[in-house]
Design a protein around this ligand. Sequence first.
Ligand SMILES: *[C@@H]1O[C@H](CO)[C@@H](O)[C@H](O)[C@H]1NC(C)=O
Ligand SMILES: *[C@@H]1O[C@H](CO)[C@@H](O)[C@H](O)[C@H]1NC(C)=O
Ligand SMILES: *[C@@H]1O[C@H](CO)[C@@H](O)[C@H](O)[C@H]1NC(C)=O
Ligand SMILES: *[C@@H]1O[C@H](CO)[C@@H](O)[C@H](O)[C@H]1NC(C)=O
Ligand SMILES: *[C@@H]1O[C@H](CO)[C@@H](O)[C@H](O)[C@H]1NC(C)=O
Ligand SMILES: *[C@@H]1O[C@H](CO)[C@@H](O)[C@H](O)[C@H]1NC(C)=O
Ligand SMILES: *[C@@H]1O[C@H](CO)[C@@H](O)[C@H](O)[C@H]1NC(C)=O
Ligand SMILES: *[C@@H]1O[C@H](CO)[C@@H](O)[C@H](O)[C@H]1NC(C)=O
Ligand SMILES: *[C@@H]1O[C@H](CO)[C@@H](O)[C@H](O)[C@H]1NC(C)=O
Ligand SMILES: *[C@@H]1O[C@H](CO)[C@@H](O)[C@H](O)[C@H]1NC(C)=O
Length: 261
Amino acid sequence: MGWFVVLLYLIHSLLLFHFPSYTFSLCNPHDLSALLLFNNSFTVNNTIVDHYHPWYYHCPTNVSSKIVSWNKNTDCCKWDGVTCDTMSGHVIGLDLSCSMLQGQFHPNITLFHLTHLQQLNLTLNFFYGDIPSSISHLSKLISLDLSFNYGGIDPYSDELGMAMRLDPSTWKKLIFNASDIREIFLGGINMSSINESSLSLLLNLSSSLVSLSLPGTGLQGNLPSRILYLPNLQQLTLSGNVNLRGQLPKSNCSSKVFGSL
Ligand SMILES: *[C@@H]1O[C@H](CO)[C@@H](O)[C@H](O)[C@H]1NC(C)=O
Ligand SMILES: *[C@@H]1O[C@H](CO)[C@@H](O)[C@H](O)[C@H]1NC(C)=O
Ligand SMILES: *[C@@H]1O[C@H](CO)[C@@H](O)[C@H](O)[C@H]1NC(C)=O
Ligand SMILES: *[C@@H]1O[C@H](CO)[C@@H](O)[C@H](O)[C@H]1NC(C)=O
Ligand SMILES: *[C@@H]1O[C@H](CO)[C@@H](O)[C@H](O)[C@H]1NC(C)=O
Ligand SMILES: *[C@@H]1O[C@H](CO)[C@@H](O)[C@H](O)[C@H]1NC(C)=O
Ligand SMILES: *[C@@H]1O[C@H](CO)[C@@H](O)[C@H](O)[C@H]1NC(C)=O
Ligand SMILES: *[C@@H]1O[C@H](CO)[C@@H](O)[C@H](O)[C@H]1NC(C)=O
Ligand SMILES: *[C@@H]1O[C@H](CO)[C@@H](O)[C@H](O)[C@H]1NC(C)=O
Ligand SMILES: *[C@@H]1O[C@H](CO)[C@@H](O)[C@H](O)[C@H]1NC(C)=O
């Protein structure tokens, strides 16, 4: 009987004190302020969608900016595009793909204060500028997609230099810190200063890397062929890099790597 009472008490206290923390996932205050400052650092530009890049077919046809649903007075974990850890309330996923966001990535960008992020997708917006080295603070990243941001300039026009840019030291820090990353999508980002030895750093990700997509990045020189043999690599896209040279493995169609080279 005594045990029964103890059991009842335990169940009672579990329901009272523990259950609520599972049902509420309130946004972590630090992450909330980083999101708000990030939101204030760019604008929504819906005047240029129609002139946009062919890759836009990846976006829904009724494209609209997810941030219009962002409201200071609601839990940020419920904002469109935001995913939180249900226990800690830390933001672990941010998908603002196809959201018509325009602005420069400043060195002080608060986006990279979200150090619990595992998934970040900003593809097909109109961001521009150098990718700040603080992106390497995102040490828990599993999936990164920054592809096809040209600031709103037609990428086929003569006005060059608006694409986002990634320099070798930022690349190195990112690979060093985000060592569990599985998906890297950086199509259209200016990576022309990343040389063969910088690309070889990808070999450090041999146990994690599954997808690598770097089309139209201005890569030049030789592709380190050992990248093609990374044990978990399943998707590799390197199209549109006219100055990149490399030797495909003497494949007999049993290669597990698919993609366009
Ligand atoms: C990013 O979002 C786009 C559009 O929703 C989607 O096509 C793409 O697969 C996403 N990238 C990753 C790495 O999941
Ligand atoms: C876009 O269309 C899809 C499917 O019809 C719908 O689920 C989604 O809510 C729509 N999004 C917006 C922003 O209207
Ligand atoms: C986020 O930015 C948009 C566009 O600039 C603005 O309309 C909205 O009020 C902002 N939301 C918050 C919560 O600051
Ligand atoms: C970041 O720096 C830019 C220019 O240096 C400035 O305009 C902006 O207000 C700063 N943003 C924050 C969040 O400090
Ligand atoms: C690596 O990530 C940790 C945790 O976010 C951070 O404290 C550290 O500064 C990062 N290192 C580099 C080189 O960015
Ligand atoms: C939208 O982007 C285009 C191209 O960068 C620019 O010319 C235009 O002024 C922007 N419009 C708004 C409302 O910011
Ligand atoms: C890419 O960046 C380099 C500097 O790193 C610059 O010289 C070049 O013009 C840029 N290319 C494009 C297409 O913007
Ligand atoms: C790559 O791996 C080597 C050997 O384990 C290590 O010394 C180096 O710091 C790593 N570099 C990066 C960028 O992760
Ligand atoms: C490749 O780039 C790295 C980093 O910028 C630099 O240290 C190295 O000297 C370059 N190697 C060659 C062969 O240009
Ligand atoms: C095809 O490639 C696999 C693995 O690379 C190898 O084991 C096999 O012997 C090859 N077959 C032929 C016919 O070359």
